[in-house]
Structures are given as C-alpha cells and as structure tokens.
Ligand binder design. Structure first.
Ligand SMILES: Cc1ncc(COP(=O)(O)O)c(C=O)c1O
Length: 366
C-alpha cells in the first residue's frame, strides 16, 4: 500500500540516537537544547521551546495568552481536533469559523463572521503548509495563535510561519515534514512567553532540584508556579529532529517536485480541483496534497484504495463533532467534508509510486 503520509528515516537519525544512547542520556538534555537553538536559527525565531507534541503545544499556547476566563477563541473548523481541545482545556470556548474553499485556510472575512462579544483570540492554521493571511487578520487587533504543524518550511513575506502572530506552534509527529516520532514546540513574539513555556512544560515546576531549591542543603525541594501537565521532550526525539533538520531542504525539495508533477498531470481533469500553489509573497511546505472531487469522492477513494493507494480526509470538520455542541453552519467546511481528499505526498515516495498514483487518478471515471 502506498501511504498518504510518511517520513524519511535513515543512517543520520540512527547515528544521532546512538550517540544519546551511548551517552546514557535519553531524557531532556543537551540534544534538546541543540535542537531548540538550531530550529530557532533556521526559522529566525526569537526563541523556541521543544515539547512532546504539537497538540500539547496548542494547549500551552492558549495558556500563555492568559485570556479572561470563559473567553471565546475563534478556531477554523477544518483542522485537527487538538486545536479546539486546547481552548476547552484552558477553560474557554472554541467558536468555529469557515475556511476559504480553495486555500482551506480561514480568512479575515470568515473570522469576522464568527466574532462574538467575548472573542479574545484567533487560532490560525496554515493548512497543508499554505500560509494563512496573518497579515490581514492583524486588522482585528486580537491575539493570534498560529498553528504551523503543517508549515515548518512556510514563509509569508519572508517571515517564517509560526512567528507572524503572538504565539506559534509546530508539530514533529511521525508524519510531519520534520519528524521525530512524537514532538512539537512553541515560539512567541514575546521572549518572556518562550521562557514561561520552559517553566510550564515540567508540570509548572519553574526550575529543577539544584536550580530551584533555595537552600542548597535540600536540593530535592522545588517551587511550583502553575497547575500544568508534563510536556517534556526527550533527547531521543531531539536526536531524530537534529538529523531531520539537516535533511529538511532535501526532503522539501522532494515534496515540491512531487507536488509539481501532480499539478501538471492533474491540470486537465474537469472533475478534480487541484490545491492552490503559494502566491508570490509566500512559500508552501507541501505537507499534504489535498484535492477536491466534484462527485463520488468516497468511490474515488475506494477506487484508489483497491489499487493500493491510501488516501484520507484531513479533516472531518470540528463543528460537526457533537462534543462541541456547535450550531454553526459553515458551507465551505461542509463542502470540503464531502469533496476533499488528500493524495500521497511525502519524501518516502519513489518515482514509481508517483507514476502509479498519477496513472490511477487519470484512470478514474467520475
Ligand atoms: C493542524 C494540526 N495541528 C496540530 C497537530 C498536532 O500535532 P501532534 O500530532 O504533534 O500532536 C496536528 C497533527 O496532526 C495538525 O495536523
């Protein structure tokens, strides 16, 4: 089966992990610090805190905004569930907004439609790695949390996605562009928030034993500043991340090449709408190749499945999940729920895989 998502692991990752194992240091440590510095340098971030997942980074991002209790936070419905969970976990209410049918991103207009008197922040997702127009959203003068889980290599007007708003998160899970197995992280415009993130990630314990204990005599005592879960990364994950960071340009080049083959090969298919390329002032990360199929999308997915090609829908709209009790009517998200489909796109695809996928898609009779 050709997988829809995938990573590219090899001797580089093995060597990095081996050196941590040989050093008998597998928890948070020197590799974590090296990855944080190297990642911040590559994206020119004011700083970066590594965590154990992007989902947890979202939770921490909302926490760091220190919103008034019970605030409304606008979240695009066409995204991963952790985006809304993070808002609820901090005692606020996610208010779902629609997205643009072609970019699959929220826009100033779709956000304005979802504003309430209690709206205190907006969460913008850079879907598939195509930058959302954070520049336009700033007109609302509301705090912006950027979800750059798909956008590790994306830029808007030369600035890294994730560092355009007030707080930005990244995901390094097993299928992301830069993969660690499980991993995530956070940056913020205000370096104080990045420092606070380091405090929060260890159960709200500001500093470990030796650092924390006022009296050196009792180095086992520590001060706690917040009620917060543990989100510590490991040096094993950071090791994989360091190797992936060195390979990122090569892996991005492979994603872009496959994307361009698809864009060329699927141009003439009247029943298929191709995803948008990035505009001139932006750069895409090519995380997923999400098409729209005018009719019989499920049958198309089954047709490809029977040919050994796995596809998926990212994402079942959140406002349709009863757990949120949303009464929102979001026509574009509901249409994407019926028509959108992600085709395989990752650096592990062989030339033969790509040819197989192109032939299968072109063979489909709607
Ligand atoms: C848009 C988006 N945000 C956040 C996440 C969470 O990342 P993680 O899997 O690292 O928890 C994901 C993961 O799929 C995602 O797709």
């Amino acid at each position: 089966m050709i997988n829809v998502f995938g990573s590219l692991m090899g001797p580089e990752e093995l060597a990095e992990v081996k050196s941590s194992l040989e050093a008998q240091w597998i928890g948070i440590g020197p590799k974590t610090a090296r990855f944080e510095a190297a990642f911040a340098e590559r994206l020119r971030l004011p700083g970066f805190t590594l965590l154990d997942s992007g989902s947890n980074a979202l939770h921490m991002a909302i926490k760091l905004l220190d919103l008034p209790p019970g605030s409304d936070v606008i979240v695009p419905s066409f995204t991963w569930i952790a985006c809304a969970h993070a808002v609820v976990l901090c005692g606020h209410r996610p208010v779902f907004c629609d997205v643009d049918l072609d970019t699959h991103n929220l826009t100033l207009k779709t956000v304005e439609k979802a504003l309430t008197k209690k709206t205190k922040a907006v969460m913008a997702v850079h879907y598939a790695g195509l930058p959302a127009r954070i520049d336009a959203l700033k007109k609302l003068r509301l705090p912006i949390v950027e979800d750059a889980a798909h956008a590790v290599d994306s830029r808007l007007k030369g600035t890294a996605c994730g560092s355009l708003g007030d707080v930005g998160i990244f995901s390094f899970d097993a299928v992301k562009n830069l993969a660690m197995g499980e991993g995530g992280g956070l940056t913020a415009k205000d370096p104080k928030r990045i420092a606070r993130a380091r405090q929060l990630r260890y159960c709200g314990i500001g500093k470990s034993g030796f650092e924390a204990s006022a009296s050196k005599a009792r180095w086992w005592e520590y001060s706690v500043t917040d009620f917060f879960p543990k989100m510590l990364p490991s040096d094993i994950a950071a090791s994989i991340g360091l190797a992936q960071l060195r390979k990122l340009d090569r892996m991005q080049g492979r994603r872009k090449a496959i994307w361009e083959v698809y864009q060329a090969e699927f141009a003439g298919l009247p029943w298929l709408t191709r995803p948008q390329d990035a505009p001139k002032d932006a750069r895409h990360s090519y995380f997923t190749y999400c098409v729209r199929v005018a009719a019989r999308r499920d049958a198309f997915a089954k047709f490809l499945y029977d040919k050994g090609i796995y596809t998926t829908l990212r994402y079942h709209p959140l406002h349709l999940n009863p757990i949120y009790g949303s009464k929102a009517k979001l026509p574009n998200c509901e249409r994407l729920n019926e028509e959108a489909l992600s085709l395989p796109l990752h650096p592990g695809l062989s030339q033969e895989d790509v040819e197989t996928i192109v032939a299968a898609v072109r063979a489909w009779k709607p």
